[in-house]
Design a protein around this ligand. Structure first.
Ligand code: 13P
Ligand code: SF4
Length: 307
């Protein structure tokens, strides 16, 4: 570890104790941020951890919708997002106003929102899902027509696995859209024995070339279990740090070096320390929205994970 990191890590860990804080980090976070976290996981794992922690303060190392989900679940805790500008462009592709308009046109549809969405959008939805349980959530519903927001690629992937009618919102993740099928085809030739795992936010043509489409924590589990020694990973490249750390005997090849989420990379050790010093920036969902959004998030948590 770099000297600068050692010093910052020491200060963060000591202040964390004083504040009674827990540090939660997404699998895409910088390596040095993952290393200081109490828990590193995918969106579902992070929500489950936020729901059960008894810490008074949650330092959320991820993007805004993730911190909002923690605030929805833990209204009495202080939820800090070390860089308030760490957003998710895909989450911003659906607004509550636009969703209300669409719901009027589709009055029979049940609204399923990907957790990558604002609290206002969750408040307008019947149930939430993540990449770890989207199909399980949809199959659990007593409804045949689903309006799925905002990720058209995850929605399309689920539509290939269910008989329900899926109406897709035209959102997508700009980071995953950078992973192209030509790159997967080239890597298959270069590493003929490799297993190909991709995130369901990838383009359908990319998913079609993969062995598995998995959530980020699904990928972590897959890497531990597989006999394969080479694994091509089609998602944000921050996950490679954890995959290598936990599986030193295996080789992980990013499907694209371009798959970097600039928002995830906004969280640094310096900003984590500042946020604990200042107890800011705080993410707090207004109570009226929180109560409605919580219904959708709680229903998802009851279903749990599928991968
Ligand atoms: P996971 O829930 O699979 O970690 O994915 C979150 C995300 O933002 C993917 O881009
Ligand atoms: Fe949003 Fe994509 Fe970044 Fe995930 S990787 S937080 S979906 S922009």
């Amino acid at each position: 570890m770099e000297n600068k990191h050692v010093e910052l890590t020491g200060k963060i860990l000591s202040l964390k104790k004083t504040r009674g804080a827990v540090i939660l980090a997404h699998n895409y976070q910088l390596g040095e941020v993952q290393d200081i976290a109490d828990f590193v996981g995918d969106s579902l794992g992070l929500s489950q951890n936020a729901a059960k922690t008894d810490a008074e303060v949650i330092v959320f190392c991820g993007v805004h919708f993730m911190a909002e989900t923690a605030s929805i679940l833990c209204p009495d805790k202080i939820v800090l997002l070390p860089d308030i500008n760490a957003g998710c462009p895909m989450a911003d592709m659906v607004t509550a106003d636009k969703l209300r308009e669409r719901k009027k046109e589709l009055s029979n549809a049940t609204v399923v929102c990907y957790v990558n969405s604002s609290a206002e959008v969750k408040a307008e939805s019947d149930i939430c899902c993540t990449s770890a349980n989207a199909l399980k959530v949809i199959e659990s519903l007593d409804a045949n027509e689903i309006l799925f927001v905002p990720d058209q690629y995850l929605g399309n992937y689920i539509s290939t696995k269910t008989n329900k009618k899926m109406i897709l919102w035209p959102g997508y993740c700009p980071t995953h859209a950078r992973i192209l099928p030509q790159e997967i085809t080239r890597l298959k030739q270069e590493y003929p024995k490799a297993k190909i795992i991709v995130h369901p936010e990838c383009r359908p043509e990319v998913i079609a070339l993969a062995d598995e489409a998995l959530s980020t924590s699904g990928m972590i589990k897959f890497a531990q279990k597989t006999e394969a020694k080479e694994i091509v990973v089609g998602t944000e490249i921050g996950i490679i740090y954890r995959l290598k750390k936990e599986n030193p005997g295996k080789e992980f090849i990013p499907a694209s070096e371009q798959a970097v989420c600039p928002n995830m990379k906004r969280i640094t050790l310096e900003k984590i320390l500042w946020s604990l010093e200042e107890m800011s920036p705080e993410v707090k969902v207004p109570e009226e929205i929180r109560l409605k959004a919580k219904l959708a998030v709680d229903k998802m948590l009851e279903i749990g994970r599928a991968d």
